[in-house]
Design a binder for this molecule. Sequence first.
Ligand code: ARG
Length: 456
Amino acid sequence: MKKWSERFSEPVKEIVKKYTASVSFDQKLALVDIQGSMAHALMLKKQKIISAKDLSAIERGLKKIQKEIESHKFKWSINLEDVHLNIEKRLTDLIGDPGKKLHTGRSRNDQVATDMRLWLREAIDHHLLKIKALQQSIIVLAEKNIDTILPGLTHLQVAQPISFAHHILAYFEMLERDKGRLVDLRKRVNLLPLGAAALAGTSYPIDRNYVAKLLKFDGVMENSMDAVSDRDFLIEYNLAASLIMTHLSRFSEELIMWASPFFNFVEISDGFCTGSSIMPQKKNPDVPELVRGKVGRVNGHLIALLTLMKAQPLAYNKDNQEDKEPIFDVVDTVTDSLTIFAQMIHELKVNKNTMESAALKGYATATDLADYLVKKGIAFREAHGIVAKAVRFSLAKGLDLSEMALADLQKFSKHISDDVYQVLTLKGSLNARNHIGGTAPKAVKNALKKAKLKIK
Ligand code: ARG
């Protein structure tokens, strides 16, 4: 039973030790913690706060510790509370007195803030690569499906025919914005807290810019109180992560729908599905369902972090230790979901014929008939009414507009002639929407070209 320090007359209670220790999860920060310590030690030596001999002992010790951690030989102890104290104690055990000098001009408060920023920076860079890989899968699938037509839906009702490539390129755009958000918030992550010490700064002649440079930060945090207590960067990241997961959940929902026998638009390859323990016929789209489900925990963590920071007085408070588990979980969830999604899209089978016959069913070209009448000089609102009547008539006959006899169509407007059938076809409808952002195959080809340039 050891006292926390000589200030105390009693040891920390076992139950308190367990409650307050973070080493079981913050050991994830070990390598960035060592990275931060190396830079701090180099600065201490440059500023003549420690000697060259001390520095080389510290470097030697930290390298050894890094190897121990990487080979899983490092013995973590809950008695040493967190990753920082575990490493510092081991350093002193290894190299003796110089190890006790590493914490000069530093506090765990600026140390942990630095660690989180270094760790998250790596995670963000990794996410950016993963998003690009998914965008690449989308592009490959889109290229094969420029002329594949499916019914575009609004309110889940048939609206207008859409190129399947155009449809999935919508997700490319969402992911492009996700990258933009990560790149933008990375600027606010990439600032150095170290030097703030506990909260007020330090009386040693430190060089914060030098440490920032060594750790590849873009600059230093301007205010020591803010530096140790700010967790905005984690909240911002979590929000960006929530949006990534939201986008994946939308895509998931469509895949689940499309893979159902009622749609049968796509086939998710077997490797991504499971069966049922009771119903032998089942093939369940577990992966997109789980992605959809995992949005819950990511959004939950966002609320946890917002609540953690709400009304927190300056400067560091132990509350902030609670930032880690949510963020670690968000990073893992987003990484895994992006990885598995890219592979699933890569192997997705598209049932072009089913899509096309569905597009032929729900009067998807009704707007085209209205536009046709407008081009013949009828006001749009009037044309809309004419086509609504024609749809009602053909619904009763069980026919599609394109299947109606010319004489029948002409009952609704004398402006209709036999050129009407060109606009009533799916291809005609698609081709007509030939502008930036439209679904005409020509426009989609251009969109694909631009998309490819964006992920180069
Ligand atoms: N484990 C702590 C955390 O994650 C490190 C900082 C502790 N600082 C302190 N003053 N107790 O926030």
